[in-house]
Design a protein around this ligand. Sequence first.
Ligand code: G6P
Length: 478
Amino acid sequence: MAGTYRLVVVSNRLPVDYEEADDGAIIWRTSPGGLVTALEPLMRSSHGAWVGWPGVADRDFQPFENDGISLVPVRLNEDDIEDYYEGFSNDTLWPLYHDVIAPPSFHRETWDAYVRVNRRFAAAAAAVAAPGATVWVHDYQLQLVPRMLREARPDLVIGFFNHIPFPPYGIYAQLPWRKQILHGLLGADVIGFQRVADAGNFSQAVRRLYGYPTRGVVIDVPAGEKGDSRRVIAKHFPISIDAAAFEELARRPEIQARARQIREDLGNPKTLMLGVDRLDYTKGIGHRIKAFGELLAEGRLSVEDVTLVQVASPSRERVGTYMALRDEIELAVGRLNGDFSTISHTAISYHHHSYPREEMVAMYLAADVMLVTALRDGMNLVAKEYVAVRFDADGVLVLSEFAGAADELKQAILINPHDIDGTKDAIVRAVEMPKRERTRRMRSLRRTVAENDVAAWSASFLRALTGGAAVPAGIPDA
Ligand code: G6P
């Protein structure tokens, strides 16, 4: 049975999470993470449908419209959340795909839940997609959906985009279900990755595990029992943000006033440094705090002059590694503040919250130095947001070379966050950087982000998917 939508996006999370107010009223709150930030503008302009989970257990919702986007909720029960979302997605695939920074767990029951829930998402997408529609599936939680969809609806054009890294073969090969996942992904016509290296790792895994020939970005999938041989494209499409929308916010007088207020409330430090991350072990928050602590201990920076604001938004709070990380980070922040803060100057202003976009933009404007020290990150959109906001061409971005964004943002100060001494030197260099150099670097970074915004990203992916021809109605062409 087919539906009516010409474009369907499928992701684990909808762009909004369900919440209940004290008086029982329903609140739809913006979901965390870069995926939602990136896809929202496309969905608002394309009149497509977005299939995903509304962030709450055991609740059925009819499809509804929110802020100009048609949402199609998929129900997950408590077991699905525990085994498919917290288990296989976030305790197996997430650590495995991020360089095994934390050890991945391999459990057969959570794999079974992953298959079961992927099937549900595929069925929901198949039910709303019009004949011949384009369906764009997103991220590591749904890697089996492309194949399941193709089997149910061979008429569809199917794309997949992986928002996180795809690991080198030596790591990927640990996965007991490595062949099933590749088979699932190869159901797509185009498989997109953040970096050239991710697409290369994927093609290598296909060669090693299936022996299919690959030429550049093309993979030849031979004829199986069902159907003809197919060509699948595996290519990098680095994701971005709606740069103009961020700049527009930054230019608002009330947001600039808020930025000044933030600095004032912090005691007008000479230098304000900022870190903004989901509280995730891939983000290198501990490495950042260690580097800052040593700089204070050695007197290379002083708490009178420099304050670090760290926003750590709550994430995956029932997964053990995330609970342990929170304890570790909060212990480190507490120690550092105990050792170095004075009555009038706090070394780290730490916030375990998420904030509305307006407040984030004010923080970016207020920050002289932005610290992105991820140990591994698919892209890191925070780095791009900081650059987009700085229409004053000021501010210094310190960026880990292990974030996908480093492939493009070459005028940042690039660091290896494992090298604490190197990171310390980079921080001091950022704090002391002369205005002329700051302006030159920021201008160049801003050009890069403005030219490669999220509309260009989605248009280039959809062009590759539809062979450059009929991009689904309403999608802006970049
Ligand atoms: C990253 C992932 C997204 C995910 C987001 C938030 O950006 O790529 O797929 O939605 O983190 O994580 P959560 O587990 O809360 O959805």
